[in-house]
Design a protein around this ligand. Structure first.
Ligand SMILES: [Zn+2]
Length: 137
């Protein structure tokens, strides 16, 4: 898993508070969409939004950048040498959407989410009781 660093405090805080932040980097990254790990936040998706050409391009993303004004943001971007860089959307992945544990039904071979099995206490598909499940993921 690639780590992504946030050295600018207000940017990191925006991600922590809003679970999303727009950030400009000088490097376009490996691919358009990837997963990264951020210290203190956890797993995030990192999406390449666009190449930054002008300061005005960023205006619509300002409210989720962590900066109070477009000039502050732009000055920081330039100080990192990223004025012709790339805009990324970094979004925290909620724990609930992480791949969940699944169990396979011995009756019909259907794979059921463990949480659903717990709720129903039987197979959603064929009614096989939960205690017969093999617990395989
Ligand atoms: Zn079943």
């Amino acid at each position: 898993m690639n780590k992504m660093r946030f050295d600018v405090k207000c940017v990191k805080e925006c991600l922590v508070e809003n679970k999303i932040v727009y950030t400009v980097r000088s490097w376009e990254g490996y691919k358009e969409l990837s997963k990264v790990e951020v210290d203190g936040v956890g797993l995030c998706t990192k999406k390449r939004v666009m190449r930054v050409i002008r300061k005005d391009d960023l205006a619509r993303y300002l409210s989720l950048s962590g900066f109070g004004s477009i000039d502050d943001w732009w000055a920081k971007i330039c100080s990192f040498g990223a004025c012709d860089g790339w805009l990324f959307e970094v979004r925290a992945i909620p724990a609930s959407s992480l791949p969940e544990k699944r169990s396979k039904c011995p009756g019909c071979n259907e794979s059921l989410p463990a949480t659903l099995l717990q709720d129903l206490n039987r197979c959603d598909n064929c009614g096989c009781p939960a205690y017969l499940f093999d617990g395989a993921t």
